[in-house]
Design a protein around this ligand. Structure first.
Ligand SMILES: [Zn+2]
Length: 287
């Protein structure tokens, strides 16, 4: 429902609105109420200002949301739903926006979480010479995903030199992403929260900065096992099980994060969008 007149020059907060008939929206078969502002004469409808405003294919939004969070590629979604892949791409951006609003509301309701785990997942931007990292935090008990941030990192190991020769020096935004993540989730955590992570050298300083009273426990990572998408570890009891299981879920359900996948991320922002869609699906439908 609209709260007021969409005319920016019409500065009154409580506009004097007058009902102004209906129109029939063909693409989802709904009767839409129109309004007229008595102050400035602007005519608009219930649809004005909504995230879906001017969309022509509202019927597929929900099924597309489920497909994108269930391991289907953009091309396959387009083929199955009989739409163009550019439509899927646009809808991915819209669905991510909606998911972010939903997630912000979700985080608002959560207070005082006592056990949290966080870690990083490595993926690529078009080629292995351009790695990306996905920093993610989960609630240890419910395995609810609290947030995920994407950052570019320089190539490491044997391919580092090849990467520098071919693409130049690559920016390392890992710390910024970690800080964004903690900024996003810190109000949902108890000040004395128990945080578990692996022994990455950046982690202690970021935890100390955002949650100075937290108990930060660090564990050695283990070897991945094949059945857990390389994310679940070959250990009897893995202290980081919640986060590793969540990463295995991301690898199994987001097409561009599959192991040995044909399709790769081309734009880090689109990976972030896809992650946000999955987070909403994970937190509302899976756990
Ligand atoms: Zn007005």
């Amino acid at each position: 429902m609209n709260t007021g007149c969409p005319n920016l020059k019409c500065l009154k907060i409580d506009n004097n609105l007058q009902k102004d008939g209906f129109y029939f929206r063909k693409n989802d078969s709904r009767r839409i109420q129109r309004y007229k502002c008595r102050d400035c004469g602007k005519r608009f409808s219930k649809s004005t200002g909504e995230l879906e405003y001017k969309q022509k294919k509202r019927r597929i939004n929900n099924i597309l949301f489920k497909n994108l969070a269930s391991g289907m590629s953009i091309r396959r979604c387009a083929l199955n739903l009989n739409i163009h892949q550019i439509t899927v791409k646009r809808k991915l951006i819209y669905l991510a926006k909606k998911a972010r609003l939903h997630h912000a509301e979700y985080l608002e309701k959560i207070r005082g979480l006592k056990k949290v785990q966080f870690d990083d997942l490595i993926t690529i931007e078009h080629t292995k010479l351009k790695p990306l990292t996905v920093s993610c935090a989960v609630d240890s008990e419910s395995r609810m995903i609290l947030g995920a941030q994407v950052a570019s990192i320089p190539a490491f190991g044997k391919i580092a030199k090849i990467s520098r020769n071919k693409y130049g020096r690559r920016e390392n935004n890992h710390k910024i992403a970690l800080e964004d993540l903690f900024n996003q989730i810190k109000s949902s955590l108890d000040p004395q929260v128990e945080i578990k992570s692996d022994k990455h050298k950046l982690y202690p300083q970021v935890v100390k900065k955002y949650l100075p009273e937290a108990k930060h426990r660090r564990y050695k990572g283990g070897r991945g096992c094949v059945t857990g998408q390389g994310e679940l570890k070959r250990k009897i009891r893995d202290p980081l099980f919640s986060i590793n299981h969540t990463y295995a879920m991301l690898r199994a359900n987001i097409n561009r994060l599959f192991r040995k996948s044909w399709n790769t991320t081309k734009d880090p922002q689109m990976l972030k969008n896809h992650l946000d869609i999955y987070i909403q699906y994970h937190n509302t439908l899976l756990i």
